[in-house]
Write a protein that binds this ligand. Structure first.
Ligand code: HEC
Length: 349
């Protein structure tokens, strides 16, 4: 990633001594660190913003649910409305209760899955993905199984996911699993991806789209293996380095970086646990679970979708499916999680 550590060209023109001095002082810092206090402040601003949004949403829902004028308003003698701070505390409590209940439910779900691995609904999508992988489709009427190389030879899915993202010579770029599947669909099956790219992820309740289902199948075919991207090719190393820069880069209206929410242990936001993703130990524990069935939205969420969602949380512009930025962020995450176990599809809140 030389581009990110550019040294001034003047340095090379100047005398050796001066040049060395310039090089020593003109290195662009790779990481824009935030002090813990700044992180806390950014997160507080976000929590406030989310609370205001929640309250506005609740107020709108209450207004919509209010029966028409026929019902008399509550008598003036009714209990006075609680003071504002108390109301906030009450909301927080019930939210906490709800979250604790979700957590308990998830725990129970995870136990059930241990006893019966087939109880994860994402396996239905993996099955759908398997069928899609071998189905002849598109203007060229060929299957991915007979054309697409995920890095382990045409049609071979076993262990392919474990080495993603990786450099592909035919496309001359690093791709993650989802990006590669889309690439093959365009290249071999002849699909035009314009419409897909506009709306690549399901909304709550909708099933994961075909590419996500295929990615779930492919990931499942590496389940039990270790996360082991090669990181040998210069472009693979570059993608990881770019991902690291992006992970720590502060941007957007809240001055957030990924690290604002994901670079400390034991943090929560709106009561959701925030894994410390730049720490290999915590990255290993969670990264290999994607794609995962997300209980709260009742569908499989892929890594591309997860990243887009975090970009949305940062109030950044939309993260394009398969873009270099999305691939670089995954390359960084899978590199951090190296040697962690793949347990995909996982199960998330
Ligand atoms: C405003 C805080 C915030 C920021 C900034 C943020 N995320 Fe997240 N992230 C979350 C939350 C909250 C969750 C958990 C969501 C859930 O439980 O549904 C999450 C979950 C994740 C997960 C899944 C973790 C797991 O448990 O498996 C990944 C991976 C991730 N984020 C990556 C990123 C990356 C990469 C960035 C930067 C592009 C980023 N996040 C920026 C809040 C944030």
């Amino acid at each position: 990633m030389r581009g990110w550590r550019l040294r001034t060209p003047v340095a090379s023109l100047a005398g050796v001594g001066l040049g060395l001095a310039l090089m020593a002082t003109s290195e662009v810092p790779r990481v824009e660190a935030q002090t813990p206090a700044q992180r806390e402040q950014a997160r507080k601003a976000y929590e406030d913003h989310m609370r205001r949004m929640d309250e506005a949403e609740k107020a709108a829902a209450a207004k919509a649910a209010t029966p028409p004028a026929a019902t008399p308003p509550p008598p003036a003698a009714a209990a006075p409305p609680p003071a504002a701070p108390k109301a906030v505390a009450t909301t927080a409590m019930s939210q906490a209760d709800q979250d604790a209940a979700t957590e308990r439910g998830l725990e129970q779900y995870r136990r059930m899955m241990k006893e019966d691995p087939w109880s994860n609904p994402a396996l239905l999508d993996a099955d759908r993905g398997e069928a899609l992988w071998s189905e002849k489709k598109g203007p060229q009427n060929v299957s991915l199984a007979e054309t697409c190389d995920l890095g382990k030879g045409i049609g071979n899915v076993d262990g392919a996911f474990a080495e993603m993202p990786r450099y592909f010579e035919d496309g001359d770029r690093v791709m993650d699993t989802e990006t590669r599947i889309l690439w093959c669909m365009e290249r071999f099956q002849g699909f035009d991806s314009t419409a897909f790219r506009k709306n690549p992820h399901p909304s709550g309740g909708q099933p994961v789209r075909d590419i996500g289902a295929i990615a779930t199948y492919v990931a499942n075919k590496s389940s039990g293996m270790k996360i082991a991207p090669k990181a040998e090719h210069a472009k693979e190393k570059e993608a990881i380095a770019l991902g690291e820069v992006l992970f720590f880069r502060r941007q957007g209206p809240f001055d957030f970086s990924c690290a604002t929410c994901h670079a400390e242990s034991g943090k929560r936001i709106r009561l959701q646990p925030l894994p410390f993703l730049s720490d290999p130990k915590e990255a290993k524990a969670v990264v290999g679970e994607w794609p995962a069935y997300r209980v709260s939205s009742t569908h499989v969420m892929t890594m591309q979708h997860r990243l887009l969602d975090c970009y949305w949380q940062m109030r950044l512009h939309r993260l394009d499916f398969g873009s270099d930025v999305s691939v670089a962020l995954s390359a960084y995450l899978y590199d951090r999680a190296r040697d962690g176990e793949i347990a995909a599809p996982g199960l998330k809140r």
